[in-house]
Design a protein around this ligand. Sequence first.
Ligand SMILES: *Cc1c(COP(=O)(O)O)cnc(C)c1O
Length: 462
Amino acid sequence: MRYISTRGQAPALTFEEAMLSGLARDGGLYVPETIPQMSADDIRALHGLSYEETAFRVMRPFVGDGFTDEVFADLIAKAYAGFEHNARAPMVQIAPGHFLLELFHGPTLAFKDFAMQLIGQLFQEALERRGERVTIVGATSGDTGSAAIEAFKGLDNVDVFILYPHGRVSEVQRRQMTTPPEANVHALAMDGHFDDCQARLKDMFNHFEFRDTVRLAGVNSINWARVLAQVVYYFSSAVSLGAPDRKVSFTVPTGNFGDIFAGYIAKRMGLPIDRLVVATNQNDILHRCLSSGAYATSQVHPSISPSMDIQVSSNFERALFDAYGRDGNAVAQLMDELKNGGFNVSQGALQALREHFDSGRVSEEQTLETIRSANASMGELLCPHSAIGVRVGEDMRDPATPMITLATAHPAKFPDAVEKASGIRPPLPNRMADLYERSERVTRVENDLTALETLIQERIAK
Ligand SMILES: *Cc1c(COP(=O)(O)O)cnc(C)c1O
């Protein structure tokens, strides 16, 4: 299995190489050259399996020979051992035909743990075998950073630097990043928005001298291995509702388009998914694009669902690559236009996208109202991101097809918004109840590439 860049100009890599590098050297994102297929019988055989066993069967064909079957199964087991719930991704019914897939039982209370815990294991194994070390730099709107720090803290072969927008993450998110005492963890609070953090990260990857000197590795959702890990729960949840003999749809609270793109991969592998519904907050570039074809960036408006406060949805490039018939030059041209504020998706490509994706947008007031009513009518406390999903999922639901909405974070990760809406302040789970007492360690940094690169080089030299 080889991986190619969405911009067509970088060398094809193995799974392990693509995982360790993150972004392709032509600025593109790696995608599998071909999509492995699961037949109806293969999918039927997943009934009753553990999450880990399902994960092995779904991911194995993508991973190649770098990891043996035994090692890969062992790494999967370790990755999910720290989850609170034995089902890992349990599902509850919230209305007739509408189900909530709880993806927040991992160590940092957001779905990002599903991918990050696994790639922490995969990185460690691959780097030890190769006798290499890397510098991981990640940009976060809050949840990626905490999940990455949790997955990589204390590992011998990595330093992990996380850039987050100063003052724009929730207190729980911030503390999860600033309280781990391990020396290889570096939380950096940068001036600006998440998009600024993500832009500086991309600059570092495109600065080859720096990239090669520090052996830069990326774990943002542009890393293919993260997308792959997220494909698994589309299978596990659909199978529990009767796939492959019954179709399901999914609604996904969306920012960077990584999670929903994993659903698209599941569909391409053969899972009978009817609709994939993108749910956005007031930062609705994806909803506007799927509605009109115009992908036009504007200001980011901070919201109560900060993990979705994004204008440039990196993984959308992967969907565009397929929608443009895997034409890397066409994608490279669109991404050039994006530097000047946006582009128009061609009619053909827009039609291709709409074959799979629908979208909906939820205002701040509607988000609060959904948290309130979900608690009142079914005793389910939703985080603001999950509430956006539930609202759109309910609006877009076709009565003939079960809708699965992804609950992307635990309500206790966003206690202020949840309390404002419902009057209930959700408590942190016991295992992290002392989070507010732990001491914090963070470095303030300017939104400046050279300053960042200098800081990283000084830190890893120690
Ligand atoms: C990251 C995140 C999202 C958005 O996921 P994408 O893969 O970036 O689209 C939604 N909700 C929560 C809680 C998140 O942490």
